[in-house]
Structure formats: structure tokens, C-alpha cells
Write a protein that binds this ligand. Structure first.
Ligand SMILES: Nc1ncnc2c1ncn2[C@@H]1O[C@H](COP(=O)(O)OP(=O)(O)OP(=O)(O)O)[C@@H](O)[C@H]1O
Length: 293
């Protein structure tokens, strides 16, 4: 039942060092630095088009940096043999082909490929990992269905199961909660939190990011505009500046995490206090993270 080709699942260290990505004359990402320490869940947030997916593509080796370096456990990810990187890093991405003529179990089994040699069959351990990955995303009942017949949310869960079956030390996910109902969103993010792996995840839902991530990086126009703990980063001022929205940020009494409530109306400009529609806290840092009165 043991497999000599399966390394123990651990946690890798990720360092994105001054990465710039371009497409023609257009900068997708400019001089971005980001770290994820072993075992951390690091969130990437920012408006549409701010460069999140592009940056993730550089990490999972689809978009080569024009400048800078992506290091995984100190090694240049772009210089590693593809197979070696695949044993360390798994990616759940937006553009996965959906027309696999395969069953769900076959798709999840693909996660084991980097750990095998050509023509190796599944070991008992592989089968165990595949079934456990299916179960963890509530997809056991889908195992014999055709992947291309699934709904968007079901597919997303299966692709996450494939990544889990890979037992990566670094897991990179681009909007993994896309298409998922709220229960499966919470389940999936809960699984990521519990993994003994390092996780880099792009998320649009700031409240989920605040609760499930250890640290956040905020991208804006391809550059990091803020980073730190969710409570340091998610302030009304930052949300007004980066997203152009009015928001109130409190500390959730049950979770202790920052909780963002979005309000109608344009954000107040600094120095313009007031309330009414759109009357979010817009003062200085004293307005951050106040518990609800
Ligand atoms: N191959 C490309 N050629 C030209 N422009 C591109 C290319 N890929 C991405 N872009 C542009 O680069 C910017 C960043 O795109 P990216 O997909 O990284 O943003 P994002 O933050 O992931 O956005 P979203 O939240 O909408 O998914 C966008 O303006 C996008 O149109």
C-alpha cells in the first residue's frame, strides 16, 4: 500500500520577487512581491482586471515573468523540471477545459499523475487519496458521472478534489468558490484552512477572505497596493480607494474577523464626514474594526 513515489504532503514556501508580466506593451502585473510562509493561507484580492489571475499564472508556470522570479522553497519555479514542480504545486484555475470525456473519478485520479511513472497503475494508496478527495468536496456521489455533464459548481468541486488528490505542498487557486453555493463555499475554504499545505488563493468575497486567510495582498492596476492581516488591510479607506465603494468594517462578534458591510452611495472623500445613504465610516484609522455597538 505504500508508494515510494508519493512524497509526504507538507508545506512549501512561496516567494514572488519583483515579478513583472506584460502582454505586448501592456503591463498585467508590475514589480509585485509576495510571500507565503509554509502553511499560510494567503489571499489575493482586488478589482476586476487588477492582475490576480495573471500573477497566479506566473506562479503555476503558465505566464513567464518578464522580470523577477517565482521561488518555491527557494528554487526558481520556472527553472525546475515540470514534473518536479507538479509534485509540489497544484492549481485550480478558471480556464480548465470542461469537455473531458472522462468520469469524475478519472479526473480526480489525474491528480496522482505527477507522482507516477508512465503506465503505472493506481496503487491502493492512490485509490484511497482519490476517494478521500472526492469525499472532502462532497463529490463521492458524482464519482461515476461524466465530468462534462456536471454543473459549474459540481465541476469546480471536482477540480478542487483533483488538486487535493495531488497532495501539493503549495496550492494555488483562482476564485475556487466561483459557482459554488454557500455551503460548498464554506466547506471548500474550510478544507483549505485545514490543509497542511501553503495556499495562495484569489477571492472576490472580502468577508470570506477576511475569515479564511492569514494575510491578504490587494492588487490594483497590476501592483500591490496593500498587504497584511485582514484587519490591517480591509479598512473603509482602502475599500473606497481601491474599489470605489462605501463600506463599514466591524469586528464580527462571533468570528473575531473583520466584517465588511457594503453601503449604497459613493464613498466620502477624506475630510468629508457625514452620514445618511452611503454614510460609511470614512475617517482615519480610529474608525477601523470597531465592534458593533
Ligand atoms: N493575454 C493578455 N493580453 C492582453 N491583456 C491581458 C492578457 N491577459 C490579461 N490581460 C489584461 O490584464 C489585466 C489583468 O487581468 P487579470 O485576468 O489578471 O485580472 P484579474 O484581477 O484576475 O481580474 P478578474 O477579477 O476579472 O478575474 C486585465 O486588464 C486584462 O484584460
Amino acid at each position: 500500500m505504500t508508494s515510494t513515489t508519493t512524497p509526504p504532503m507538507g508545506a512549501a514556501e512561496l516567494a514572488v520577487e519583483s515579478v513583472t508580466l506584460t502582454a505586448g506593451a501592456h503591463h498585467l502585473v508590475r514589480d509585485v512581491c509576495l510571500t507565503a510562509r509554509p502553511g499560510e493561507v494567503v489571499g489575493l484580492v482586488g478589482p476586476n482586471g487588477s492582475g490576480k489571475s495573471s500573477l497566479l499564472r506566473a506562479v503555476y508556470r503558465v505566464l513567464r515573468p518578464d522580470a523577477g522570479c517565482v521561488r518555491v522553497d527557494g528554487a526558481d519555479a520556472w527553472a525546475l523540471p515540470v514534473r518536479r514542480l507538479a509534485r509540489t504545486l497544484a492549481a485550480v484555475v478558471q480556464e480548465s477545459a470542461a469537455d473531458f470525456d472522462l468520469t469524475v473519478r478519472d479526473v480526480v485520479a489525474m491528480g496522482r499523475t505527477p507522482h507516477k511513472r508512465l503506465l503505472d497503475g493506481d496503487t491502493a494508496e492512490d485509490r484511497l487519496l482519490i476517494e478521500s478527495a472526492l469525499e472532502s468536496v462532497d463529490a463521492t456521489g458524482l464519482a461515476d458521472r461524466r465530468f462534462d455533464h456536471l454543473s459549474g459548481g459540481e465541476r469546480q468541486r471536482v477540480l478542487i478534489a483533483r488538486a487535493l488528490a495531488q497532495r501539493p505542498a503549495l496550492l494555488v487557486l483562482d476564485e475556487p468558490t466561483n459557482h459554488l453555493d454557500i455551503r460548498h463555499q464554506l466547506d471548500v475554504l474550510g478544507i483549505l484552512r485545514e490543509l497542511p499545505a501553503t495556499v495562495l488563493v484569489a477571492l472576490h468575497d472580502l468577508n470570506l477572505a477576511a475569515y479564511y486567510c492569514d494575510r491578504l495582498y490587494v492588487l490594483r492596476d497590476g501592483e500591490v497596493t496593500a498587504s497584511g492581516s485582514p484587519s490591517d488591510v480591509l479598512t473603509p479607506e482602502l475599500l473606497a480607494e481601491v474599489y470605489g465603494v462605501t463600506a463599514e468594517v466591524t469586528v464580527h462578534p462571533r468570528t473575531g474577523a473583520p466584517h465588511v458591510t457594503f453601503l449604497p452611495g459613493a464613498p466620502q472623500r477624506p475630510g468629508h464626514s457625514g452620514s445618511g445613504a452611503g454614510g460609511a465610516t470614512a475617517g482615519g484609522s480610529a474608525g477601523r474594526d470597531r465592534p458593533p455597538s
